[in-house]
Design a protein around this ligand. Structure first.
Ligand code: SF4
Ligand code: SF4
Length: 238
């Protein structure tokens, strides 16, 4: 796939390599936690692993209690979102007046803002990524005089493992058979959720996964699905 052509709204700006930006978010800002509401916050498998660990529950319990699972006919795999609370402000279930109650396990989207990241495979199979800066009007963090690079932001927000894990999903989500009109079965969609969105359970069920790091576990789960979904002769039951 070649680099996507971007039609960006006025408040979103593509960052050039090494371009820095000025931003900081801390409890003193007048808009503190205002961005933790009315969100369409997609959860990746690694988000669910880290967030469920922070909440001391398993991935399935997290999905049952906190997630909205959507699947439309044109989708191959389900999409998972963090459900907002019905409090008149559509707040994140984890926001408090003091800030984020799950901060060490917060999802990648919360860590990435005000940046946005797109990743894809190029025609030679290499992975590419680009960053944009989302300058939302309500966000006063842009008035804070802290200049930094994308690399500094990614490191400071603890994003490196999240990005590595999310990039592992690209061969599955952008598989060439999907571009050739692969249709998933209900059993495959259930398997996708049970495998990737409950990684500790996948670890328990697979003896070879016991000593793996989180990223190795994630890769092992993705490889398993690539094999079951796309290798000829393997057909998970309906
Ligand atoms: S709106 Fe911006 S500055 Fe305000 S809390 Fe959210 S990220 Fe921080
Ligand atoms: S998880 Fe934390 S940082 Fe993310 S939206 Fe919820 S309260 Fe805000």
């Amino acid at each position: 796939m070649s680099e996507p052509e971007l039609q960006l709204p006025g408040h979103i700006h593509r960052l050039a390599d090494k371009e820095s930006f000025t931003f900081a978010c801390q409890p003193g800002v007048p808009c503190f936690t205002e961005c933790c509401r009315e969100l369409e916050l997609a959860l990746s498998p690694y988000d669910v692993l880290r967030l469920s660990r922070q909440l001391a529950i398993n991935g399935k319990e997290l999905l049952d209690r906190y997630a909205v699972i959507e699947w439309e006919e044109e989708d191959v795999f389900p999409r998972i979102y963090l459900g907002m609370v019905d409090d008149g402000r559509a707040s994140c279930p984890f926001v408090t007046p003091q800030g984020c109650s799950v901060y060490p396990g917060r999802p990648a989207a919360c860590r990435t803002y005000p940046l946005g990241r797109g990743a894809w495979r190029d025609s030679s199979g290499g992975q590419q990524a680009l960053y944009v800066l989302q300058r939302e009007q309500h966000c006063k963090g842009f008035a804070e005089p802290v200049e930094q690079s994308v690399d500094q932001w990614v490191t400071g927000q603890g994003l490196i493992d999240y990005l590595a894990a999310n990039d592992m999903m690209i061969p599955l989500l952008q598989h060439e058979k999907i571009r050739q009109d692969f249709q998933s079965t209900a059993a495959q969609r259930d398997l996708y959720l049970a495998t990737l969105y409950d990684l500790e359970n996948f670890r328990k069920d697979n003896q070879n996964s016991r000593g793996l790091t989180d990223l190795e576990l994630m890769q092992s789960a993705v490889n398993r699905l690539l094999h079951l979904f796309f290798e000829d002769g393997v057909h998970p039951h309906d």
